[in-house]
Each structure stands twice: as C-alpha cells, then as structure tokens.
Design a protein around this ligand. Sequence first.
Ligand code: MN
Length: 328
Amino acid sequence: MPAVTPRQWTTLPTVKEPDQGDKERAILHLVTAPSLLEGAGFPVRRPWPTREIGFRQADPFLLLDHLGAVEYAPGEAKGAPWHPHRGFETVTYIMDGAMEHHDSQGGGGMIRNGDTQWMTAGSGILHDEMPPEELVSHGGLFHGIQLWVNLPQKLKWTPPRYQSLEASRVTLLASEHGDALLRVIAGNLAGYQGPGVTWIPVTVIHASIEPGARLRLPWPKQFNTLAYVLAGAGTVGSDAVLIHEGQGVQFGEGEALTMTASQTAEGPSQRLEILLLGGEPIGEPIASYGPFVMNSHADIVQAFDDYKTGKMGSVPAVELKKTPSADD
Ligand code: MN
C-alpha cells in the first residue's frame, strides 16, 4: 500500500497516549460490509449505510465505499460517468492506482497514490469519476475509498467547492511508541491539523499499525466515531472486539480510542490499515435518494427538477465527446 508511507517513522512528530484515567470508547456496532456494484459496474464494499450502522449511527458520515484493493485485468476498470450531487460532500482517497475526475465547473484532475479529492457538492454539481485510460487499457492495482460527509441544512446550498489534497500535503504523525503511522487527511488530531478544510468539525485519518502493536489516541468527546479496516486484522475498542478487512464499527462514548494490530494479520499487508473517522453529529432529518442527500422529500423532488433543468450545471462540451452521460 503506497498511500503516503515514509520509510522512517522515527523523525515524525508523535501523538502522546491519553491518560490512563481517560475513558476508552467501547464498540456499539460491528458490520461486515456487503459487496455491491456502483457506477458503471465496479465492485465496492459499503459498511454504511447498513441495517447495523444507519444514517443515525454514522452521522455526520452518510456513506463509505471501499474500492478494491483489486488487480484489474486490461479492459476491466470501470468508473462512474457523469452524474449530479447535492447536499453533501464526496471525499475520494486513492491509496493505489489512480482515478480521473472532471466536474461541470471545469474542475478536475488525477487522484493517485495517497491523494484526496474533497468535493463539496453543496447546491449542486455534475461530475464523472473514471479510471484513467492507462489503467483501463493495461489493467493494474487499484485501491481507494469514497466517503460521503453530510452538510447541515444551512450549508446544503453552499456553492460547490473543490479541494485537491495532494499526498505530499498529508500530515504525517507517529504513535507515542513509534509503531503506528498516522496520516491526518482532514481535521485535527491532538493539535495537529490535516490539510482538508471541512464545513463541520470532522477528522479523517488513515492509520497503519505494526503487527502486534497497540495504538491509543486521545479523541474529542463530542465526536461520533467510526472505523473501517482497509487491510489486515486486529482488535478495536475498550473490549478488544476482533475486526478484519472489510468490517466497520461505530464507537461508543469516551475520550480515547484503542486498537491493536494482529500478529498474524493476513492479506497483502501485515499491518492493520484502518480508517478512523470522527465528526460532530448533525442530528437533522435525512431524505436521501441516489446522488442527493437533503432534509425532506420536497427537497429531493426539487433536486431532480433542478438537475433536469440544468440548474446544477451541464457536462462541458469537450467532455461530452469523450464519455457518455449517465442519461444515455
Ligand atoms: Mn459521484
């Protein structure tokens, strides 16, 4: 897993472990992510929303798709052709391989090997998310996630915004004992700030924990907290719940997070690769239909109308020639 993985962790700033008396969070819900097909037919694992971890449990995170890790054969890689979004943010983090992106405002670029694209759809935008031509024709390794972060009602109409968070800008930290690497993509961990600017308080971290090591982190009390295993196996929470690749959890209340990496982790990485997500819950009603996440059914009806009448933008002519639109 290239992501951003320096050879030496010893020179990185370290995050001090929480005090012994700090309350460690237990696990409220564990889910094995079901597999499904997304976009033009690429497989994803989606730990939430699910029956176990629904919108209320995941708040402010709406959805997580785990893409790969997969070794594509030539001609096999697929993406998501032009489609709209309104009312939330899409966060695409690519650990291996690349994804190409264009939007109706002329933005876009290549997301690869540890880059993150943080797109605020807000009032509405159209975009496509496609494997680059080289990955389609030659095949290759691909591994990433897409996370949807909700926006409160008062921010759902904010103008679209695009943040390209290159891998080199990720804030790299080590655990107190130097046996875990912490990549802060957005938000704050123990006073260290990630590059992503967020509308609501949200922290997104990709941690790599050495086999057999235990990671203890101070964590904001007010955050609802989720974790998802990208690779490897280990335990999470105060009661050391067993967890492995493709499983997600919601933590309970507390001010410290604990997890350990298994000594005998299977898979391509011996480390436990885990995504840690914290955010202040929004606590509003959610009306969700396909690419739109609003507060009421009427909002959704309006979103479809606005999309059909071009109020969310239109596919740039130069892009229209290259890829079919989602309506074709
Ligand atoms: Mn999309």
